[in-house]
Design a protein around this ligand. Structure first.
Ligand code: SF4
Length: 734
């Protein structure tokens, strides 16, 4: 009690509500007895793609605590604030417990049989009337790989629609497209160990101190590095930098092209590597002739000398690492920016050895799993829809007619939303994602969902802004309640285990898929003899064998004992599971001729420039306490109290002009909507003419402001820049 009183005085944190719900231990374990566990279950964190190993403490059939797994190679016992509070998600308020069917504007509880009979009948009836592709499916990066593999088969071969994508298109599709164009396949080439072995580390649009905190501790354990951070905002990561490059918003591609030009002009590239292992050098050099250093300096807002210094630092490094996240991906120029990053690594031959990697730091815990095993933007095992060889190989493994495999991908996520507005998509199944908060220009999304004949939302929580619009809600198990595997950003496959059963009648996504397959009459054909995720894992291993993402040497047992194994790990491999693996160390890439592609890219301004009516550039992003749309973290008292509401960052010079002060309530207005009553933070974290708003909060939803602008290749939204104005709070809801 003494500690609780101290904490209340010190932080204003009122522990009483949390004590009532959880016992007296929601903050720092000050009532040790309540957190005492009888057994510990090894698993992997279900939030971000760092993939920390953790142990769930179970007592009397409840998960009462978590701790970092000291033997796990990723986090070595550490966890970030979200991970430390993750067990509270299991008993959080608002868990979905029963299937719910909308009847006359109200949800009624129904049996699983009725729910799945209704879903199968409504989807089939829509398909009979409007064609097989009138159904769309939007998945998530939160499922286990076994579920992605099962869902992909179910959607493409059972439901018979190609219109299948995931919320990963809102965060990672740009990295996928960029890797495929440069190297012939998706798959980050490096390993987290590179953060410790690189002599120079570039982080571009990657605030890992907030968004991937445990990677920050890996980086900090490298005392000899030079850290360069490229970001328009002085993030917590930028504050750690040896060299901070405060680029103007979305000018990263201009900076990268300027660096490439300097490296070519000063002959700092690796001629031997370029000649032996790449194509496209002449075309790249020709395009770089148009890159003028002074012009790029004006575009980026950087001193030309700083750009030269950055280029020389990278090219002369023994082992440079370039990591990036959403600052690069969330852009209409995202894929080209990834290609420019890859160009740097290829031109200098800095790829495939310890420390040297162009490294996409993924978002969700298993975004990688859906990239490998899903059936959305490619066939499972990084096979291509367009490749007759790939289709024949897969058809042979599955013992199906090759003609049943699509020869091109269906609609990407944003295109499904457009298709729902135009009436081409009539039925939609959304799993484990909350687009009412996460989709750009959210009024367009609402219009699309309103237009549907039948909307199914499968989620671990209800109500959420999205489940509230559903015709049918399917309650799903969440992390801690189901088994399978996740792949993290360094291609490490780790085991995920159930510590407790899901609440009420909720089922694992895997069991829901098998039950729906039964209703659709395709279970025996597609999933013969399957009853557990292990069955899907064994088949997936066969499908992945011989591919870049080869799992065939792994087993659930070896994943448990090793704390995760990086792919490729083929059957019969003489390497120890714990060996750190990198891709392309032999200079052979996943292209038909084995050569990587150097790709000419061109900077252009972002789509919606500030103007007299909307003079600020809005940047959106995250905070360490919350996960995406707060479906989970908003229900966790300690995290919610640490970060209860959104804020708007504005530079002091701009605040002075507008006669605004810190803590004022302001409205943020774009051509598409108005966010009302955000608390202002006057701070030099953002530059003049820029404002920053976190996107987690439905109450002040940043996506009421963002625009419908997408990367033409990856279809990822341009979340990061749009034009807004800031007003003193109107108090009027418009
Ligand atoms: Fe979980 Fe990511 Fe935090 Fe690790 S860094 S504990 S994986 S949220």
């Amino acid at each position: 009690m003494k500690f609780a009183n101290w904490l209340r005085r010190r932080s204003g944190f009122d522990t009483r509500a949390a004590e009532y719900r959880y016992g007296r231990d929601p903050v720092l374990g000050f009532t040790a007895e309540r957190k005492h566990a009888d057994t510990w279950v090894n698993s992997t964190c279900g939030y971000c793609s760092v993939g920390c190993g953790m142990q769930l403490g179970v007592r009397d059939g409840r998960v009462v605590s978590v701790r970092g797994n000291p033997d796990h190679p990723v986090n070595r016992g550490k966890l970030c604030p979200k991970g430390l509070a993750e067990h509270y998600t299991i008993e959080a308020e608002g868990r979905a417990r029963y299937p719910l069917l909308r009847r006359k504007d109200a949800f009624v509880r129904v049996s699983w049989d009725e729910a799945l009979d209704t879903m199968a009948a409504r989807f089939r009836s829509i398909q009979t009337r409007y064609g097989p592709e009138s159904i769309g499916v939007i998945s998530t990066g939160q499922l286990v790989t076994e579920e992605f593999y099962t869902l992909g088969k179910l959607v493409q071969l059972g439901l018979g629609t190609r219109n299948y994508d995931g919320n990963t298109t809102l965060c990672m599709s740009t990295a996928v497209s960029g890797y495929k164009r440069s190297f012939g396949s998706d798959g980050p080439p490096g390993a987290y160990e590179d953060l410790e072995r690189a002599d120079v580390i570039f982080l571009i649009g990657a605030n890992i101190a907030e968004n991937h905190p445990i990677l920050c501790s890996r980086l900090e354990s490298n005392p000899g590095k030079t850290l360069v951070v490229v970001d328009p905002r002085v993030t917590k990561t930028a504050m750690m930098a040896d060299l901070y490059l405060p680029v103007k918003p979305r000018s990263d591609l201009a900076l990268l092209n300027a660096m490439l030009r300097i490296i070519v002009d000063e002959q700092l590239y690796d001629r031997d590597f370029v000649e032996k292992h790449t194509s496209g050098f002449d075309d790249l050099c020709q395009s770089l002739q148009e890159i003028e250093l002074d012009a790029m300096a004006r575009i980026t807002g950087l001193d030309p000398e700083l750009i030269v210094r950055a280029a020389r630092l990278y090219a002369n490094a023994r082992a440079p690492f370039i990591g990036w996240t959403m600052g690069v991906n969330h852009s209409t120029k995202g894929t080209e920016t990834v290609n420019a990053i890859n160009n740097l690594a290829l031109l200098t031959g800095k790829i495939g050895h310890a420390g040297a990697s162009p490294f996409s730091i993924t978002g969700q815990c298993n975004a990688m799993g859906t990239r490998e095993a899903g059936f959305a933007s490619g066939l499972p095992g990084y096979r291509k829809f367009e490749s007759a060889v790939d289709r024949a190989e897969l058809a042979q493994i599955w013992q199906i007619a090759e003609e049943r495999l699509p020869t091109s991908r269906g609609l990407a996520y944003p295109d499904m939303i457009e298709a729902a507005i135009s009436g081409k998509i009539r039925g939609l199944w959304i799993l484990g994602t909350n687009p009412l908060v996460s989709f750009p220009n959210v009024d367009v999304l609402k219009q699309a969902l309103d237009n549907l004949d039948f909307l199914v939302v499968q989620d671990g929580f209800h109500p959420t802004p999205t489940t509230e619009l559903a015709d049918l809600v399917l309650p799903a198990a969440i992390w801690g309640e189901k088994e399978g595997t996740y792949t993290n950003s360094e291609r490490r496959v780790s085991k995920v285990n159930a510590a407790v059963d899901p609440p009420g009648e909720a089922r694992s996504d895997f069991q829901i898929f098998l039950a729906l397959a039964e209703k659709l009459g395709c279970r025996d054909e597609l999933f013969h003899g399957w009853s557990t995720p292990a069955d899907a894992f064994e088949e997936w291993k066969r499908v992945s064998a011989g591919r870049l993402c080869d799992y065939s040497g792994m087993s659930y047992e070896s994943l448990e004992t090793s704390g995760g194994i990086q792919w490729p790990f083929p059957a019969g491999s003489s390497e120890a599971p714990s060996t750190v693996r990198r891709l392309y160390g032999d200079g052979v890439f996943a292209t038909p001729d084995g050569r990587a592609q150097l790709i000419a890219t061109q900077w252009s301004p972002f789509p919606e420039q500030p103007n007299a009516e909307f003079p600020f550039i809005l940047n959106t992003g995250r905070t360490v306490e919350h996960w995406h749309t707060r479906t989970k973290t908003g229900a966790i008292s300690i995290l919610q109290r640490m970060s209860p509401r959104a804020w708007l960052e504005m530079n002091p010079a701009d605040a002075q002009k507008l006669k605004l002060n810190s803590h004022d309530r302001v409205d943020v207005v774009s051509a598409r909507g108005r966010v009302i009553g955000v608390e202002l933070r006057v701070t030099e974290i953002v530059g003049q003419g820029q404002v920053f708003l976190p996107f987690h909060f439905v109450e002040t939803n940043a996506n009421q402001l963002t625009q419908s602008a997408y990367d033409p290749i990856s279809r990822e939204p341009n979340f990061k820049q749009c034009a807004v104005r800031v007003e003193k709070q109107s108090g009027v809801n418009v």
